[in-house]
Design a protein around this ligand. Structure first.
Ligand SMILES: [Zn+2]
Length: 681
């Protein structure tokens, strides 16, 4: 039966190819085939791709202060070369203008209203801030309308051969060749267009080739996407690893097992993404008939592509030289922003600051203020500043262009670490003192929110630290607080302990708390704890409402710090990676211990105290083997509080005189000294 079916099918295919070529499925984009072709000729292109991707990855995922990047519309001077043989491919100037307009509407998110975007994608859809403008001055300085016409039979089955007929300097212009048909490996070709990625292009092939009859479709925005370094969402099929480094290297375009044709809404061809989302058939970089959007992740790649490959193209000087910008036209009010190569430096070290403001460098006045830095004032875009003394310092950037002035004050942007810390372990803090962050503490926020002191909840005492995180619209935002540098070598027990309260919003919660010991002067960053899911939560119940813990909804976490014990100036850094799921609270941070044994030994088997937290009284219960013992209560700072006594198997402690807070009961039993920890409400 299969043979009978096979033979007619083959005949039908052959028949179609011969006579009905136009009805064959179109190949919307030939870019991937161009990549294969170019790489076959020159395998070193793959190395260029890897290098380019590495830079993008580092830029997007490992730098700070990106606020001003890509905020300004990037204008691309453009030339259309219409290669025609006096057929319908010789489209009119008006048609070109109309399509440029359509491209711009697509890139500025004016092609569709937010309400028309599928609700799944409303969080990620974006204005790409890209605009094409037809060149008004050609490479010879002569006026032009940005449209060049060349009569040639190569308009049929065209390829890179048309580029030799007419091409303008691709560093200064985007070249678009309009042709009748495009050649390819497929017979009776229906290829609609192709472009070169920036990492594989040369001065003789950069640009876009497109069929004249598809300019009203999504093909030109799609090919422009490749020119700006975007891959297809189905690149690498479903992929299996990190979305930042495989597939299209963009995390807010879910993977797709292959090209989507038609408009298969709701199709979900890959389930290995987390959370699992349907194919984004609406993405311009797919092949569907309902392509309309770009995403924030794609914009981040494009933003860096302008920086990496197309800086000259969009520079103010080039816009003026190509006539697409009036000399009186300003590109908007400036927005100050900067990056630094590091935010912690050892005393005596220096930091490189890089301007990332939303403004044209050539037309901007800069003024930087670096208290305690050398220089303390700078007037250049990218200054290098040395810091002699340990401390936490602000950085101020004031930029002025002809449209206005903007000032950015980044509080505590620079932390200069001492070689030997003045604080020594054991070090304790219960966050009872107001005015957090305390002197020399570091705070970095993700999206305007940060770790803050609160009196809404605490474990003992009246206050703790928290991030008001429930329901926030963030994705992988990192919130950090760090202690001043502490000499860890002075502690006898190499542990860190703190109290934590956190609830999972649902079973799929992905938020993470990490604790590091960071010694900037030794270049050491030791991850000592990484908790998420069950290891992070302090209550088993899932909570889909803002979590404010009660006294019995906290847990104590003890972290082994033996690896960090020789560091003489280590900041303890808490990093919380948020997806806006649930609030997190931290209280009673204790770094090291001044007791004669490690905390693990002190938390000896068989001893307990309750109720905990205590109100007026507390019972100490020893193991059966402990006949008689003596005890005394000390506070977080190791001070005696005037409560002590003796017991046999157990004892009662009157706690009514204690202020709310965290305390320890030191127990002396024979040769052993142990401690129990409790909270007074
Ligand atoms: Zn494509």
């Amino acid at each position: 039966m299969s043979i009978q079916k096979t033979i007619p099918t083959l005949c039908l295919v052959a028949f179609s190819l011969g006579l009905y070529g136009q009805t064959l499925r179109e190949i919307p984009c030939h870019t991937d085939e161009k990549v294969r072709e170019q790489v076959a000729n020159d395998p070193s292109l793959l190395l260029k791709q890897v290098e380019s991707e590495e830079k993008i990855y580092k830029h997007i995922h490992h730098t700070q202060f990106k606020a001003g990047e890509g905020c300004e519309v990037r204008i691309i001077p453009t030339v259309f070369h219409i290669i025609h043989d006096n057929g319908s491919e010789n489209i009119s100037d008006a048609t070109v203008l109309e399509y440029v307009q359509k491209v711009n509407e697509t890139y500025r998110f004016q092609n569709i209203k937010m309400e028309e975007v599928d609700t799944t994608w409303r969080k990620v859809v974006v204005d790409m801030k890209v605009e094409l403008r037809l060149a008004q001055i050609d490479p010879n300085g002569i006026n032009t309308n940005g449209i060049v016409r060349v009569q040639s039979s190569t308009t049929a089955n065209a390829g890179d051969n048309v580029k030799t007929l007419s091409m303008w300097d691709p560093k200064k212009y985007l070249n678009i060749w309009v042709v009748r048909t495009i050649s390819g490996s497929t017979p009776s070709s229906t290829i609609l267009g192709y472009a070169y990625f920036p990492w594989m292009e040369s001065s003789t092939n950069s640009g876009i080739v497109i069929r004249s009859d598809v300019l009203n479709r999504a093909t030109l925005p799609h090919e422009l996407g490749h020119y700006l370094n975007l891959y297809h969402p189905f690149e690498g099929s479903c992929g299996s690893e990190d979305c930042r480094v495989t597939g299209d290297r963009v995390c807010d375009t879910p993977p797709s097992s292959g090209q989507n044709f038609g408009c298969p809404r709701g199709r979900n061809s890959c389930s290995n993404d987390s959370p699992d989302q349907p194919d984004q058939i609406e993405n311009i970089m797919d092949y569907s008939d309902c392509r309309t959007i770009f995403t924030r992740g794609q914009k981040a790649r494009v933003d860096y592509t302008f920086e990496q490959y197309r800086k000259t193209l969009i520079s103010r000087d080039n816009l003026l030289a190509t006539g697409v910008l009036d000399s009186n036209e300003t590109l908007g009010e400036p927005i100050a922003a900067f990056q630094s190569d590091k935010n912690v430096v050892c005393e005596g070290g220096s930091i490189q600051f890089t301007d990332f403001s939303c403004t044209e460098v050539a037309n901007t006045e800069y003024k930087w203020l670096f208290p305690s830095g050398v220089p303390s004032i700078a007037y250049e875009p990218n200054p290098q500043v040395a810091y002699a003394n340990a401390g936490l310092y602000d950085v101020t950037l004031i930029i002025t262009n002809k449209s206005g002035t903007d000032t950015l004050i980044s509080m505590g942007a620079v932390r200069v670490a001492p070689k030997v810390a003045s604080l020594k372990a054991p070090y304790r803090v219960d966050f009872e003192l107001a005015d957090f962050p305390y002197e020399a503490w570091g705070i970095q926020s993700g999206n305007g929110d940060s770790w803050q002191r609160t009196t809404d909840a605490s474990y003992g005492g009246a206050a703790s630290l928290w991030i008001q995180n429930f329901g926030k619209q963030v994705e992988s935002s990192t919130y950090t607080f760090s202690t001043p540098p502490i000499d860890l070598s002075t502690s006898q027990a190499h542990v860190l302990s703190f109290d934590l309260a956190y609830a999972l919003q649902n079973a799929g919660s992905r938020e993470v708390l990490e604790v590091y010991a960071v010694d900037a002067c030794r270049g050491v960053e030791l991850l000592r704890l990484s908790n998420s899911g069950a290891s992070l939560r302090s209550i088993t119940q899932e909570m889909n409402a803002s979590f404010i813990p009660k006294a019995d909804q906290w847990k104590n976490i003890v972290v082994d710090m033996a690896l960090a014990k020789s560091l003489t100036a280590a900041s303890i850094e808490f990093r919380f990676t948020s997806n806006g799921e649930q609030n997190i609270f931290i209280d009673n941070l204790v770094v090291g211990s001044d007791w004669p044994m490690g905390l693990e030994e002190r938390m000896a088997q068989g001893w307990d105290c309750w109720p905990n937290p205590a109100r007026d009284a507390l019972l100490i219960q020893g193991p059966g083997s402990a006949s008689s013992f003596s005890w005394k209560v000390i506070d977080l700072y190791g001070r005696e509080v005037g409560l002590e006594g003796e017991g046999t198997y157990g004892a009662q402690v009157s706690t009514s005189s204690l202020l709310p807070g965290i305390y320890f009961i030191q127990i002396y039993s024979g040769e052993n000294v142990m401690a129990l920890r409790f909270a007074k409400e």
